[in-house]
Ligand binder design. Sequence first.
Ligand code: GLC
Length: 579
Amino acid sequence: MSRTGGHFVSRLVALVGLALSLAGPCAGAQALSVDHKSDPWWKHALIYEIYPRSFQDSNGDGVGDLNGITQRLDYLQTLGVDAIWLSPIYPSPQVDFGYDISNYEAIDPQYGTMADFDRLLAEARKRKIRIIMDMVMNHTSDKHPWFIESKSSKTNPKRGWYVWRDGKGPGVPPNNWESGFGHSAWKFDPKTSQWYYHRFYPEQPDLNWRNPEVEHAMFGAIRFWLNKGVAGFRLDAIPALFEDEQLRGEKVLPGANSYGDPNLDDSLTNNLPEVHQVMRSLRKLTNSYPGGRVVIGETYLPDIGELRKWYGADHDELQLPMDMQVGFLNKMDASLFRSLIDQAEHDIDGGQPLFVFDNHDNIRSWNRYGDGVHNLDIARVIATLLLATRSTAMMYYGEELGMTTTPPTRVEDVKDPIGKIGWPAEKGRDGERTPMQWDGAPNAGFTTASATPWLPVPSSYKTVNVALESREDDSLLSWYQRLIQLRRENPALHDGSLTMLNVDGNNVLSWLRKTADGQSVLVACNFTAHQQTVAFDLSSQGVSGRQIKTLLQTPGSPEPDSLASVKLPPYGVYIGQIQ
Ligand code: GLC
């Protein structure tokens, strides 16, 4: 990883003073594919995040849109995607590219119409692909009618829908709380002489979830989409829903973040226990709809103990809070991965883990894990961690191609406001939001040749694109396709138990997947730049077979004769059925 402070986790960490704990040794309307063991569909799903601005432009304005996504559904079906998570497509002033919503029950005209959305939903359903909406409950746009009313006077009935307070004195905000996007989290409103709280940009005022009318209104919007037949929601920034009622100042920690603000302990503005009551009410709501609607959380949390709470004491909160420990470990360290995957296996009370390595807020995994020499092989290892463990898998468009983060080189080109506020230490998130690379045509097939894409297409598109990689047997895309197919078809990889092995310490990460009727698959990943030869004796795991039949391995690897000698090239992967 080259840029400092450019990673969204580190942005949050720097702001809130969290240290990622890596310790440890080692439809109704959408009645789609029914899993053979009647598990809920999301348990084995591959969820694919689409950043709509950047996926496919259908009308030549340089901005991706819903009809563009519909055009590309066949690609997603061939890849083996079970559900699409759409980053926000609601009407928005686009200050935070859709995460500032001004109407929760409509479509932003630059992405299309409600009829386009309905067509996308129907066409996706034909291909057994579900649609998951992004739901931003923490804040609205400052142009949302709710906020416009709230701002209009101190006595407006919606005043209490947002977090308004008097300052400590002229020009002095109510306390020291900081925005995740730099500087004070309070903005002064001269008309009513009070300040409002914004966890993110000033154009994103926080809703006051202590006011029951807020839940009522937001749940109304959620019902609107459930009634349309969406398969669930990804809850944006959900740990930030509540903040300390007394507005006590946060403890100042040593050092400064990439915006130059003091680091703060975030325990008064993040992950407050009150959020769990809302999660339980929301789950009751989604459970009342048929078809197995799923609730996913954007849960950047310090450790597995905190993550566990989000499943709910009675499994009555989120089905899939994201595990950000595994995907954002950010170093090829087999022992740490072993420990984190093991925790996800054992320390969430039987909940279903959800791993994610890439999204629209973070430097792409290709750059975060790559060593500059073996990036393609390392990307195969990452894909294997995502798809051959027992986790539900969440990926981000272009991850399957090895798209790289390509940040702007000049501040005047930056689109993401974070990059303008924090330049040059913080270049913003444009680099991981560049257009999808479909083919070698001008603009990579994302938009017409004569259009100007909203973000430039990286020059890598000539060699890193869907058309080319579909034809190459040893491409990253082919690896993803095979792995996804194996995960669907091989019983042990589909829903076998997972046991992490510790055969070769920090050099090789390996695990066993096993069905109740004794079908076993071994997965081994070389975490070094040197060839490794590993001998597996799995008798203590109740596996008596000594022979192994290759299911998938890094191109060019030697075929192993038996479990006693599995040779892995640098960052090589081996997956085999034990016989
Ligand atoms: C989440 C989104 C991010 C957005 C922020 C504020 O972290 O993933 O893109 O800027 O919330 O809504």
